[in-house]
Each structure stands twice: as C-alpha cells, then as structure tokens.
Design a binder for this molecule. Structure first.
Ligand code: CDP
Length: 295
C-alpha cells in the first residue's frame, strides 16, 4: 500500500489525481457483454473495473425459500483475488457478505417485485480491479444489468461516495483518500433522490454530513446521466421507450423462466448450492434445520 500523502488537496484546490473536490472520476459503461446472462454490464470508474451479471427471474429452488407474493432479489458482491495489491483469499468474507447484503437492499425500493411471486433474480457483481469505491461502482453496474435483463423497475439506482480529506469534503474518493482520509460515506439513491444505501466510516459533523449529502446527490445525478446514455445507446430513443414502459400492464411483463438448468439455478451461493442441489425436490425437516444452521 502506498504511503500516506502529506496533502490531499493542493493550493489550486486540485486533488492528487487532478480532480476538483466535487468532480467524479471518468466512468465508462458497456452493456450486454455476457451472452449467457439475462442482463449484464461492464463498468470502469477511474481505475475500478466491475462486471455485473443478472440471471432471472427464474423459479427459486428449494421452494421453501420462495416468497409467495414477490420475487427474491439476491445480490452477490465479490472481489477477484487479483483485483487488489495484496491478493485476496477467494470466497466470501465478512466484508463481501456485508456489502452484498446492503447493496441488495439498495434495489428493494425500485425492483417491482410483485410481478414474479416465487421467483428469484440473481445479481452478481464481480470486482476485477479495485481502486476505492467498488461497492458503489458495482451498484451502478448492477442497476444497468437489471435493466438489460428487462427487470421491471421504477427507476435506476446510482451510487457514489463522499468523504473528507485535509478537513474538506471531497466527492468520489480515490484510493489514498479512501485509505487515509477522515471520512468515507458511500451512498446509493433512486433517480428521485431517495437514499437506498448509506454507510459511513470516520467522522463528519452534522453540518458536513448535510453538505456531503448534497454533494453526493449531485454526483449521483451525473452518474444517472451516464447510465441513461448507456441505456439509450443500447435500446434507442429514451422518450419512446419511457412511454412504452409506462403503458405496459403487469400481464405484458414476461413470465419468469421455467427452471432449465439446475446447476445454473443454484449457482448463486456455492456453499449452499451443493447441499440444496442434491435434494432440492425432496426437502425434509432435517434439511430445513441444516439450512437454518447455515444462516
Ligand atoms: O471499494 P469500497 O470503497 O467500496 O470498499 P472499502 O472497503 O472502503 O475499500 C476501499 C478500497 O480498499 C477498495 O476499493 C480496494 O481498492 C482496497 N481494498 C483492498 O485492497 N483489499 C481489501 N481486502 C479490501 C479493499
């Protein structure tokens, strides 16, 4: 890890990577990059490289995990072992489990879960190269992958962090700012500005928090524009598409796929999948007990 810089912001008000305090890093998006996923998106943000893949909606097995009135959205964030300076041990960690949970919840207000009772939508966010802000980068890619999969949503989710270095608020922290700064506040919000994820490391005063949230809102609006452009360039005219989407009745929403491929269907969580795959149609009370222990 690089050493702590003496200063993060120079006399001209420029940060170590040349950005102003309220500027986000350049973002590049490519949609539909995976042919076997129902929806996918590759996103670069500064030096972060993230791939999001969506599978579903499809029938959820084992059936006891189904939600009778809505679809289950599962989100799995993973950092590739080669994505950081010090190799990460493969497999889930406390950090990735926490990020998966809060990131999945960030989509709850937008995904129209009522259309697919009993089904599941799996979102995989794979960090290929990490350089601070990977959870927000992953959310930005995941929302586009969900849209690419045709999942009905009330809107997009955009995410960005704000933090504090040298006593000043800065938008979209870079690696030294994230590692050595005084605060890091990742935020995700809907296009209406409703906050769906908010975490915080470090310290901010109530006034700084208020100001930081205003800054991050502007950052999210810029990201929303990039996301919209990516969708428009893939799917055509935004207005026409928007009108069509509004008119679409629940009956016209595509049905969830029938289960075709058991391996793929249970690929979300490897630890659970092997046990569940073997007896997914024959669930006993013992299995229920094992399942509970694993959770
Ligand atoms: O990536 P994000 O800012 O969402 O999460 P973080 O936990 O604040 O991590 C900040 C950065 O530290 C990551 O983006 C990685 O570049 C780095 N990191 C690392 O090198 N090794 C880890 N095990 C975790 C994070």
């Amino acid at each position: 890890m690089s050493d702590k810089p003496e200063r993060f912001i120079d006399d001209e008000g420029l940060r170590l990577d040349g950005r102003r305090v309220d500027e986000i890093r350049p973002m590049k998006v490519e949609m539909g990059v995976l042919s076997r996923a129902d929806g996918s998106c590759y996103l670069e943000w500064g030096n972060n490289k993230v791939l999001a893949a969506v599978y579903g909606p499809r029938e959820l097995h084992p059936r006891r995990m189904q939600k009778p009135n809505e679809v289950l959205v599962r989100y799995k964030y993973n950092m590739a072992s080669f994505s950081v300076e010090d190799r990460i041990r493969p497999g889930p960690s406390r950090r990735s489990t926490e990020i998966s949970k809060v990131s999945g919840e960030a989509f709850e207000p937008v995904v129209m879960t009522q259309y697919y009772p009993g089904a599941v939508i799996d979102v995989f966010a794979e960090v290929l190269q990490a350089d601070a802000g990977t959870r927000t980068a992953a959310i930005n890619a995941a929302t586009l992958a969900l849209a690419d999969a045709g999942i009905p949503m009330k809107g997009l989710v955009s995410a960005c962090a704000v933090g504090k270095v040298d006593g000043q608020l800065v938008l979209d922290l870079n690696k030294p700012e994230d590692n050595y700064g005084q605060a890091d506040l990742p935020v995700a919000m809907t296009q209406d500005g409703e906050i769906t994820l908010l975490q915080m490391d470090g310290h901010l005063t109530p006034e700084e928090l208020e100001e930081g949230l205003e800054m991050v809102k502007k950052g999210c609006q810029q990201i929303l524009e990039i996301q919209r452009e990516a969708l428009v360039s893939r799917y055509g005219n935004e207005d026409e598409e928007g009108e069509e989407a509004e008119e679409e009745s629940p009956e016209e929403v595509p049905e969830p796929e029938e289960e075709e491929d058991e391996e793929r269907d249970n690929s979300f969580d490897n630890e659970e999948s092997e046990a569940e795959n073997s007896d997914e149609n024959d669930v006993t009370e013992e299995d229920e007990g094992e399942e509970d222990e694993r959770q």
